[in-house]
Design a protein around this ligand. Structure first.
Ligand SMILES: [Zn+2]
Length: 467
């Protein structure tokens, strides 16, 4: 869901790479756009995020294609989850394709088409979720169904999952699913939303980024205490002043660079598709000279997205204290949203904050995690390698790079159990289309959908087909 506009633009203006659109066509290539239109017509806006209609729409289609289909109800009757399994011979463990079925809501008056009509015009399918993530769901579903249609002999099960509650609308997302129905979604590895297949103005794919990790979001609360009393007799221990001093010190603090192997590769790819001077800064940022890296950081970090990819971030989001003009409150509180690079220790950042604010009267506490901590998924698995090969074959000349997602997805349910998850929005998009995601007139091109099916089908044949 996040907007990678700045990166996209950097790549668009700078690249001279010579990639060309895919030539591979799927045998049933006309039906992915039609399937996406059908999925968009089931309004799953969150809240409430009622996904039962998606399960009911897909179940007969998967059954007809020869899949074992299970609809999992949730305690919220509007929400259901569909799992469709195409059996392999069991010599290898399953591969899973996960797509969230809920979408964010719309500002309907700002759309030029009905966002829930699945309109196809000018070579695009329009509608809420076209990119995030019903487009991905349609691509994953078609690619999996093609395995059945082509009778590809499989060494492992291929599991398609359409899950609920990813967009923050309730408690029946993948963590719930993993807790209640793990055996149904257990796999050797999985695909989910995440990276981008980014096009330039000329329509050619510049790069394919495959996310291997998400940052971890945790709330950190700072509580200042003081004497609660009449405001006509102020004392030095005013909680609001104490908290303000601490927050002021924190505002000048910058966390150190933390470049993961994926981030290193990502900036190397960005460097190759950018013009000077930015190409040089991207290279220096991940190079071996710390002084050059620091200088590059000061330039690259002007872009808030890139800044967030290369360090833990600290952002105050809520402040509270006091209730009337003539009472000095006994406490004041600030909530800071901390976003951690995978592998960072939450306790270490609390210690950093304590050191920066230098006030032992202020209490620091970490709240419950928004997402489970999870290790970065390795690039050595058969799935990652198959995806990389398929991306290169489908989009010749494009850079293929892993990367760290600066926000969160629902992949933590698997990654936290050691199951690698790789993220991709499986269709070439351009910066304009990217800004429409979670925005108005969201759309995806019909040709991109077919290229995505070709890429994912190739990936599945490679990773799950009998050799
Ligand atoms: Zn999404």
């Amino acid at each position: 869901m996040p907007l990678f506009r700045s990166i996209a633009l950097a790549l668009v203006v700078a690249s001279a790479a010579t990639s060309s659109p895919a030539t591979a066509q799927s045998p049933s290539s006309d039906s992915t756009a039609a399937l996406l239109s059908d999925l968009i017509r089931v309004n799953t806006s969150s809240p409430p995020g009622n996904t039962r209609g998606i399960a009911e729409l897909l179940a007969p289609r998967f059954k007809a294609a020869g899949f074992d289909v299970k609809i999992i109800p949730t305690p919220d009757t509007g929400k259901a989850i569909i799992i469709a399994r195409l059996k392999g011979d069991g010599t290898k463990r399953p591969v899973l394709l996960a797509a969230h079925a809920d979408v964010v809501g719309v500002e309907r008056d700002k759309w030029t088409v009905d966002p829930f009509a699945g309109v196809e015009k000018d070579g695009h399918v329009y509608g809420r979720g076209a990119i995030d993530f019903k487009g991905g769901m349609a691509v994953f579903a078609r690619a999996a169904m093609m395995l059945a249609e082509q009778k590809v002999p499989l060494a492992r099960d291929v599991i398609f999952l359409a899950e609920a509650d990813e967009e923050g609308g309730g408690g029946y997302g993948t963590n719930w699913l993993a807790k209640e129905h793990w055996s149904d979604i257990d796999a050797e590895f999985a695909l989910n939303e995440g990276g981008w297949i980014m096009k330039g103005d000329d329509g050619r794919v510049r790069y394919v980024s495959i996310s291997t990790a998400d940052k971890l979001s945790i709330p950190l609360t700072l509580t200042a205490h003081g004497t609660s009393t009449h405001s006509s007799m102020p004392r030095p221990d005013n909680a609001i002043f104490s908290l303000s001093r601490a927050m002021s010190k924190l505002s000048y603090y910058e966390t150190p660079l933390n470049i993961t192997p994926s981030t290193r590769d990502f900036f190397t790819a960005l460097s190759r598709t950018s013009k000077p001077p930015m190409s040089g800064y991207y290279r220096d940022l991940v190079g071996s000279d710390p002084a050059r890296a620091r200088r590059a950081d000061s330039v690259v970090s002007r872009d808030p997205l890139l800044h967030a990819l290369i360090r833990n971030t600290i952002a105050p989001t809520i402040i509270a204290g006091g209730f009337r003009v003539n009472v000095i409150p006994g406490s004041a509180q600030a909530t800071v949203n901390v976003r951690l690079i995978p592998g960072s220790d939450p306790a270490a950042i609390v210690r950093d904050v304590a050191r920066v604010i230098r006030d032992s009267t202020i209490e620091l506490s970490i709240g419950s995690r928004v997402y489970e901590p999870a290790p970065e998924s390795p690039r050595t698995t058969d799935l990652y390698r198959a995806l990389e090969r398929a991306a290169r074959a489908t989009f010749p000349g494009a850079e293929v790079t892993p990367y760290l997602f600066q926000a969160g997805t629902d992949a933590g349910a698997w990654r936290s159990k050691g199951v690698p998850v790789y993220g991709i929005y499986p269709y070439p998009i351009d910066p304009d289309e990217l800004t429409r995601m979670h925005g108005n007139d969201e759309k995806v091109s019909v040709a991109s959908l077919e290229q995505g099916v070709a890429m994912i089908y190739r990936t599945l044949v490679d990773v799950a087909g009998k050799k």
